[in-house]
Ligand binder design. Structure first.
Ligand code: ATP
Ligand code: MG
Length: 163
């Protein structure tokens, strides 16, 4: 299935990343897969933290699942699973992480999705964070590209995050 053209958004600082996380939290539905790419330390976990806290309505502890690989949050209105595949060496290891169930019961946000090869469904939202040193130390470029089914939701997300 062909995808819509990518959109790019400047996140000027951590507060902007958190605002975008709030908008994403409102957009997410059960069955949604979000792939989060970008270099080490660019802010993927911060973005997930903002999504979780926004849904929880409280400053829950949201550790990076670098070692546990998967963290599951039962939040009001949505079960959210946060995975970090950095330490995965073979996509076969993914079969034990319970992604099918995670997508059946809720939304799944995956850091280092490139470690999964072609294992992750193409029916997803790809978010890529990049450092934007020309815009300041804490600035990030966010690129959004979704499968066709995400089309309108992406435009709404970008509008909301720009407010
Ligand atoms: N605009 C921003 N968005 C997100 N994080 C930011 C921003 N500005 C500064 N930061 C800082 O950058 C760091 C991002 O760390 P984080 O753990 O989220 O990165 P990551 O992409 O998940 O890395 P890893 O690949 O190691 O999991 C945090 O210390 C955060 O405070
Ligand atoms: Mg991380």
């Amino acid at each position: 299935m062909s995808a819509a053209a990518p959109m790019r958004l400047l996140l000027a600082d951590l507060a902007a990343t958190r605002r975008f996380g709030g908008a994403l939290a409102r957009a997410l539905r059960p069955g949604d897969l979000v792939a989060l790419s970008g270099e080490l330390g660019v802010g993927k976990s911060e973005l997930v933290r903002a999504v979780v806290r926004s849904l929880a309505g409280a400053p829950l502890e949201v550790p990076s699942p670098t070692f546990t690989l998967v963290q599951r949050y039962e939040l009001p209105g949505l079960v959210l699973t946060h995975a970090d595949l950095y330490r995965i060496r073979d996509p076969l290891e993914l079969e034990e992480l319970g992604f099918e169930e995670a997508l059946f019961e809720g939304a799944l946000l995956v850091e280092w999705p490139e470690r999964a090869g072609s294992w992750l469904s193409a029916e997803r939202l790809d978010l890529t964070l990049a450092f934007a040193p020309e815009k300041g130390e804490h600035a990030r470029w966010l690129t959004l590209q979704g499968a066709l089914s995400w089309g309108e939701r992406i435009a709404r997300l970008v509008d909301e995050a720009r407010l």
